[in-house]
Design a binder for this molecule. Structure first.
Ligand SMILES: [Zn+2]
Length: 115
């Protein structure tokens, strides 16, 4: 198989099996080699950091999130569908009205519970 030529940066999303969560899920690139290869990734749900294993491909989720609604209060683990960024999963509630959402490319800080 030919290696993907995509250049990764710290904070980008890759999918990998998480041993702690016992689930294949989106991880965040936490370290790169000098050559630009991913060396370690972190799971945003359980915060474990593991060695990157190349070759895991992203699977389409079968549970489609509801459209993102900034008035709604989200909880960690909920999925949503953003009109621009696509499918996302809430990985952390930062403040009562701020949350981190993992999209297909990387994590974005979003507002919620704006009512
Ligand atoms: Zn995990």
């Amino acid at each position: 198989m030919e290696e993907e030529k995509r250049v990764f940066k710290i904070g980008d999303r890759v999918d990998q099996m998480c041993i702690t969560c016992n689930e294949e899920r989106g991880h965040i690139v936490v370290s790169l080699s000098k050559a630009g290869r991913i060396t370690r990734v972190g799971c945003p749900m359980c915060a474990s950091r593991v060695t990157y294993r190349r070759g895991t491909t992203r699977r389409a989720s079968n549970k489609l999130g509801e459209p993102y609604d900034r008035m709604r209060a989200y909880r960690k683990g909920q999925t949503l569908m953003h009109p621009t960024f696509g499918e996302g999963e809430v990985t952390a509630i930062i403040e009562p009205q701020k949350m981190d959402v993992l999209f297909a490319d990387h994590i974005r800080r979003m507002i919620h519970a704006q009512s």
